[in-house]
Ligand binder design. Structure first.
Ligand code: IVH
Length: 706
């Protein structure tokens, strides 16, 4: 088989494995084997840019193309549904349908109402060609490249399953609870604002301009509506079962009801059972099952007459506020937390709620001892929504006041102009801030120092062994009396022995014992595996690449993607330290806020000191030197313009240099050619034409480097 054929066969196989894994939850090969095939495909596709295909399984990992979304008209308008909140409304809907159908028998398909954002997918000849958001119902944002990263959406339907040549399928894009929790944990560690619920997170993600971010967050999609001129079945239910065979994720919770009682039973069941679903739901959707009958009933201006949504009651509970405490996070932000009498809410016992900031406390006019209503916002973080004033009496305590000093280190708090949060400015010494920064530093996507969990970091900081991440690189292990002690490398074995071994003949030692943490030794080997592994992980982290070191520093707002872009652009820490705001903003994806934050970081003595100590410790503070890979572009001056699909601008810049060329910023007669992406500016285009400079597209360019 030649390489081109191998590409086609790998694509086909990977599409199928993807479907088995993400849709059927029944993979037949190991993750490792899957990754191997994916890597082989990636490698072959790189060798054959002429075979590029936006629907290849490799495209799921996303590109860093910056997109401003293009608006595209929907073929069929995307309507919303009428909402109901009680059984009377459900009964009225049922009656309206009965009358509209003039006494014919009818079935109602009951299904879950998924709480995400709606998406319309268009398929032609079995291939995904377009994904649009709802937008204003008439036209939506084209989010196709982001949607391609969603693993449960098939890019290519399996052959022989009888899909129509052209059809549209609609559904809901969601962030499953698990991914949502992970995302928020990560954001907390990065010092970013948390998403209030999975819907907001899903919508923020789908509108992200960087599809790599989308790929990382692991969105999912449930499909619930098939449209087109030649859809296969007479009933909505059958169509959806068929769509499942084409590889779409269709909920198993669909059920055909023949009476109002059936419908109520469905509602009652899912009102409870929904709490154990992997995704958020906010109600039930009732749809007339027969497509013919749907057509008879028709539409109002806003919604179909053949369907309705029944919304679950937001669950709410009344309980007593016992105390408000204040928590200090990694960035020094202070969050007020309401501690309440435990109460059952939406299946879990709730006793704490975030009060967010001082303004919220004031708005509620909250007093200790108040009876408060708690709700789960989008079912996640409990919120106090109001106070039951009728229950306020002489036993109710004082008005809740925001604290003036840090509860951890006593430093006066500050509130910056235009921000709602209070901060503890003592970032160098405030313990939770130190711990939080170290936790982030060692985390998997940063320095990946395994064996240093949150509790152990706590111990190290409390013992006085770690004040900053740089201290990690000063540790060594000393054997002492059947144990191993981790200490600062200046502490010798003798000094330690003197401090810790009982000495019958001398007075109590006067010098304080050095900071240390003990690990017990294995009786057979005499070593401590935990201690050895930890030191090895610290040692290995010296090889972690500069972009991850930069991320590990925990510069506010500099997440993984921004760190990578900055590292690729500036190449080393010195260049980054010296960069002006304007220079920072020239980097793709770096705006005002990140640029300011980077400048603030390097002008703060403590932070800059950390980077210098890490540099001394031998961490990677620059990207590897560019190595000459070829001379295909020897002596050429090349202008890069527009946006690209396969690589970022910085990557192209580097490729030009690696192949002997020079990246120049403006077009002149001397320009060898323009590497032209999409949406090249009209003035540049005109200039190129006037001067007769050739335009080379991405694929041609990649071909030149072969
Ligand atoms: S059917 C014409 N089915 O709810 C009927 N919608 O308020 C089109 N939704 O915009 C919608 N789960 O985003 C339908 N099983 C389901 C749904 C569902 C969630 C959303 C959808 C729609 C909104 C209506």
């Amino acid at each position: 088989m030649n390489e081109q054929d191998r590409i086609l066969s790998l694509r086909k196989e990977l599409h199928e494995h993807n479907r088995r894994y993400y849709v059927e939850n029944a993979p037949i090969i190991s993750d490792q084997k899957f990754d191997e095939m994916m890597h082989e495909l990636q490698r072959l596709e790189e060798l054959h840019p002429e075979m590029a295909d936006a629907n290849s399984p490799t495209m799921r990992v996303g590109s860093d193309l910056q997109q401003d979304f293009v608006q595209v008209a929907h073929q069929y308008p995307m309507l919303s549904l009428g909402n109901t909140y009680n059984r009377n409304d459900v009964e009225s809907f049922y009656e309206r349908v009965r009358q509209g159908l003039e006494g014919q028998d009818f079935e109602i398909c009951c299904e879950l109402k998924f709480d995400g954002l709606s998406i319309s997918l268009v398929y032609e000849h079995g291939r995904l060609v377009r994904a649009l958001t709802r937008g204003d119902g008439q036209k939506g944002d084209d989010v196709t490249s982001n949607v391609r990263t969603i693993s449960s959406i098939p890019l290519q339907l399996p052959e022989g399953t009888g899909y129509p040549e052209h059809f549209e399928i609609r559904g809901e894009v969601l962030l499953p609870w698990e991914s949502f929790d992970r995302l928020n944990r990560q954001r907390e560690a990065d010092g970013d604002a948390l998403f209030a619920n999975p819907r907001n997170a899903a919508s923020g993600t789908l509108k992200s301009k960087d599809s790599r971010v989308v790929a990382e967050r692991r969105l999912d999609a449930y499909l619930y509506y098939l449209l087109g001129d030649d859809i296969p079945h007479e009933s909505h239910y059958d169509n959806m079962q068929q769509a499942r065979r084409w590889g779409f994720r269709v909920s198993n919770a669909m059920k055909v009801a023949h009476s109002l009682e059936d419908i109520y039973a469905y509602i009652d069941y899912w009102n409870e059972a929904r709490h154990s679903l992997p995704v958020a739901t906010d109600g039930i959707v009732l749809k007339v099952n027969s497509i013919d009958q749907q057509e008879v009933l028709g539409y109002t201006a806003k919604s179909p007459r053949w369907a309705i949504a029944y919304k679950f009651q937001a669950e709410r509970a009344l309980t007593r506020l016992e105390e408000v405490t204040f928590q200090v996070g990694r960035t020094g932000a202070v969050t007020p937390v309401a501690n309440m009498q435990p109460v059952l809410l939406a299946g879990t016992v709730v006793k704490r709620a975030s009060l967010h900031n001082e303004d919220i406390i004031k708005q509620l006019d909250l007093r200790v001892g108040d009876y408060v209503y708690v709700e789960k916002a989008g079912e996640i973080i409990p919120q106090i929504v109001s106070v039951e004033l009728s229950k306020r009496d002489e036993n109710t305590g004082k008005r809740v006041e925001f604290i003036a000093h840090c509860p951890e280190c006593g430093t006066p708090l500050v509130r910056y102009d235009g921000e709602a949060a209070h901060y503890c400015p003592n970032d160098a010494q405030c313990p939770p801030q130190i711990k939080g920064r170290i936790e982030h530093f060692v985390s998997r996507d940063a320095m990946n120092i395994m064996g240093l969990g949150s509790e152990r970091i706590d111990d190290f900081v409390t013992a006085g062994l770690l004040y900053s991440a740089a201290d990690l690189y000063n540790l060594h292990a000393v054997a002492l009396d059947g144990r191993w002690a981790l200490v600062h490398r200046d502490v010798s074995a003798e000094a330690l022995r003197e401090a810790f071994e009982p000495n019958l003949f001398s007075e109590e030692s006067e010098t304080p014992a050095p900071a240390c943490i003990f690990f017990s030794a294995d009786s057979k080997t005499g070593r401590s595996l935990t201690c050895d592994n930890l030191l090895k992980a610290i040692e290995d982290s010296r090889k972690v690449t500069f972009d991850r070191v930069l991320y590990a520093l925990g510069i506010r707002f500099v997440g993984k993607v921004a760190a990578k872009a900055l590292a690729q652009h500036f190449r080393d820490i010195d260049a980054l330290r010296k960069a002006t705001k304007e220079e920072l903003q020239m980097v793709e994806g770096i705006g005002d806020i990140i640029a300011d934050s980077v400048i603030r970081y390097f002008s703060s003595a403590a932070d800059d000191n950390l980077t210098r100590r890490l540099e001394e410790a031998g961490l990677q503070m620059s990207m590897p030197e560019s190595k000459q890979l070829g001379n295909a572009l020897e002596g050429m001056g090349i202008v890069i313009s527009g946006t690209f699909e396969h690589h970022s601008r910085d990557e192209y810049k580097r490729m030009i240099e690696d192949h002997g060329g020079k990246n120049v910023s403006s077009i002149s007669k001397k320009t060898s050619f323009i590497l032209a992406g999409e949406n090249m500016g009209p003035s540049k285009l005109e200039k190129a034409q006037k001067l007769g400079v050739r335009l080379v597209n991405e694929e041609e360019f990649l071909g030149m480097l072969q």
